[in-house]
Design a protein around this ligand. Structure first.
Ligand code: FES
Length: 124
């Protein structure tokens, strides 16, 4: 039986929020899951150290696309330092379904991408 969380995840997978690319982003970062080759590109607008807008372009499994979608809703409006402090558990709580060790990389792909993008931004 599909439970509520799975249904919600599936819905995010089918219509991911903040999907695509932002024009003239402050940062752009492309990342892949080496285990499967799935990809994500994050673009973000950052102003006064606040993530004003971000989009993920994901090509991957349901967990990776749905977690990017859910994460995008949480990150808008956070400061860059707040985003850097988000940990794996934050994403796992967002996803809300038990995830095997194999799928952990899928769920974390988008978080790692936005964090690497922000590190790049801070180094500029
Ligand atoms: Fe590729 Fe999940 S199987 S990101």
């Amino acid at each position: 039986m599909i439970d509520m969380y799975q249904e919600e995840l599936l819905e995010h997978y089918k219509s991911p929020r903040n999907s695509g690319k932002i024009e003239n982003p402050s940062v752009e970062f492309h990342d892949t899951n080496p285990l499967c080759g799935d990809e994500v590109t994050v673009t973000a607008k950052i102003k006064n150290n606040i993530v004003k807008n971000l989009k993920f372009e994901s090509r991957g499994c349901a967990i990776s696309v749905a977690s990017a979608s859910k994460l995008s809703e949480q990150i808008k409006g956070k400061t860059v330092n707040e985003v850097l402090k988000l940990d794996n558990q934050f994403v796992l709580d967002l996803v809300g379904v038990p995830i095997s060790a194999m799928r952990l990389k899928c769920a974390l792909l988008s978080l790692k991408a936005i964090q690497k993008a922000i590190i790049q931004y801070k180094e500029k």
